[in-house]
Design a protein around this ligand. Structure first.
Ligand code: PLP
Length: 395
C-alpha cells in the first residue's frame, strides 16, 4: 500500500477551536523556512512581541508565544510561579479550572478550590471568602472565558480582590483574546496565557503569554528550580527576551510564527475594538436565529461569551447524530458538550475569522434542516430570517 499526500476537506469550523484560519495566515506559513537565529527572523520575533503587546493591551516586556499549544501556556504560568507548598486558590466553573488544579498539584502546590456551577461566572464573593479563610495563599487562578460552558468572568474585580490579599494572579485568556476585551495592564493581571486557534484566526500550536514585573520577580527569586526545563522562563527569556542578542534555547516553530505574525497583523489592521464589536454583533445574529428556532442558551445573558454559544440540545435529539450529519452534509463542525455537559449542549463557536455573517447563516440553515429531519420540536424556517434582521441592522 502506498500512502499518498494528505488533503484535508474544506470545513467550516464553528466549534470551541480550532476555528477557521484566515487564508492569509496559511499563505504566510508556506513561506521559506529560514534559520531561527537569522537576523531577519529575530527581527520578526521582535515584531511578534510588539503585536502581542497590542493584543494583550500591555507594556509587559515578557510578552511572547510559548512554542506549544494553550495548555503549555497554562503550564508555563503554573510551573514558573508555583513553588513547593505554595497555596493557590483556583476558581473553577468548568473544565479548564480543573486543569489548573492539576497544574498546581503537579508543581507541588496546594490547590484550594472555589467552585461555581458550570455555566455561571466565577462568584467574586466566594473568592473573597476563600481569601479570608486562606491568608497564606500566594496565587489566585481562574479562567476568563470558560470554553466548556461559554461563561465569562469579571477579571478586573477578581484581580483586585487577589491583590488586596497580596496574591499574584494567573488568568486563562485562551478563548477571550481577540474576541472579547482583555486588558492586561488596566486590570493588572500578573500572568496570562492564550492560544492561537481560537479568536486569533491562526493555526493551533502556539500559546501567547505575558508576565508582569511583579510575577517575574517571583520567577527570578524562586528558591527552587522550575521543574520543567523547557518551560523555565529564566531560560526562555534568553531566547525571547531583550532586543537583538539571542541565546539558543530551543528551535522556534519558524513557519508557525510566520502564521502568528500574520494573524496579529490582521488583528492590528482591523483594530481590537472592531474585532470585539464584530464578535458581539455576530453573536447577536446567531442568538436571534437560535432563539427563534426555540433553542435556549445555558448561560445568563450578563455573562454570556459572544464567541462561544452553548445551547441546550432539544428533547429526544441525539447529539452525536446531529453533529455527524452537519459534518457530512454541510462540512460544518460544531462542538459537543464537555464533562458534565456531554450530550446535553452544543457549543457553537464564532471565533476570529470564523465569526462572519456567512457562517452564522450557514450554521442556522444547516441546524434548521438537520433538526427538522430528525423531527425535533423546533420552530422551522425562521432562524435564518431572524439572524438576517440583526445582520442588516446598523451597528
Ligand atoms: C482551548 C483551551 C485551552 C487549551 O488550549 P490547547 O491549545 O487546546 O492546549 C485552555 N483553556 C481554555 C479556556 C481553552 O479554551
Amino acid at each position: 500500500m502506498t500512502i499518498k499526500s494528505f488533503h484535508p476537506p474544506q470545513r467550516t469550523l464553528m466549534g470551541p477551536g480550532p476555528s477557521d484560519v484566515n487564508p492569509r495566515v496559511l499563505e504566510a506559513m508556506s513561506r521559506p523556512t529560514i534559520g531561527h537565529l537569522d537576523p531577519v527572523f529575530v527581527g520578526m520575533m521582535d515584531e511578534v512581541k510588539t503585536l502581542l503587546k497590542y493584543a494583550f493591551q500591555t507594556k509587559n516586556e515578557l510578552t511572547m508565544p510559548v512554542s506549544a499549544p494553550g495548555s503549555a501556556g497554562m503550564e508555563t504560568c503554573f510551573a514558573n510561579l508555583v513553588e513547593l507548598g505554595d497555596k493557590v486558590i483556583v476558581c473553577q466553573n468548568g473544565v479548564f479550572g480543573g486543569r489548573m488544579k492539576e497544574n498546581v498539584e503537579r508543581c507541588g502546590g496546594i490547590a484550594v478550590m472555589v467552585e461555581d456551577a458550570w455555566g455561571e461566572a466565577v462568584n467574586p464573593q466566594k473568592l473573597e471568602e476563600a481569601l479570608q479563610a486562606n491568608s497564606d495563599a500566594k496565587i489566585v487562578a481562574f479562567v476568563h472565558a470558560e470554553t466548556s460552558t461559554g461563561a465569562q468572568s469579571d477579571v478586573k474585580i477578581l484581580v483586585e480582590m487577589a491583590h488586596k490579599h497580596d496574591c499574584l494572579t494567573i488568568v486563562d485568556a485562551v478563548t477571550s483574546l481577540g474576541g472579547t476585551p482583555v486588558r492586561v495592564d488596566e486590570w493588572q493581571i500578573d500572568a496570562i496565557y492564550s492560544g492561537t486557534q481560537k479568536c486569533l484566526s491562526c493555526t493551533p500550536g502556539l500559546s501567547p503569554v505575558s508576565f508582569s514585573e511583579r510575577a517575574l520577580d517571583k520567577v527570578r527569586n524562586r528558591s527552587s528550580k522550575v521543574q520543567s526545563w523547557f518551560l523555565d522562563l529564566n531560560l526562555v527569556m534568553g531566547y525571547w527576551g531583550g532586543e537583538g542578542k539571542r541565546a539558543y534555547h530551543h528551535t522556534a516553530p519558524i513557519n508557525a510564527l510566520y502564521g502568528l505574525h500574520e494573524s496579529l497583523v490582521i488583528l492590528q489592521e482591523e483594530g481590537l475594538d472592531n474585532a470585539w464589536a464584530r464578535h458581539a454583533k455576530h453573536h447577536q445574529a446567531l442568538r436571534a436565529g437560535l432563539e427563534a428556532m426555540g433553542l435556549s442558551f445555558i448561560v445568563d445573558e450578563a455573562s454570556r461569551l459572544p464567541q462561544l454559544n452553548a445551547v441546550s440540545i432539544p428533547e429526544g435529539i441525539d447529539d452525536a447524530t446531529v453533529r455527524a450529519t452537519l459534518l457530512r452534509d454541510y462540512s460544518l463542525e460544531i462542538g459537543a458538550g464537555l464533562g458534565v455537559m456531554a450530550g446535553k449542549v452544543w457549543r457553537i463557536g464564532l471565533m476570529g475569522y470564523a465569526c462572519n455573517a456567512r457562517n452564522v447563516l450557514t450554521c442556522l440553515g444547516a441546524l434548521d434542516d438537520v433538526l427538522s429531519r430528525h423531527n425535533a420540536a423546533i420552530e422551522r424556517g425562521v432562524a435564518v430570517a431572524s439572524a438576517q434582521t440583526v445582520l442588516a441592522a446598523k451597528a
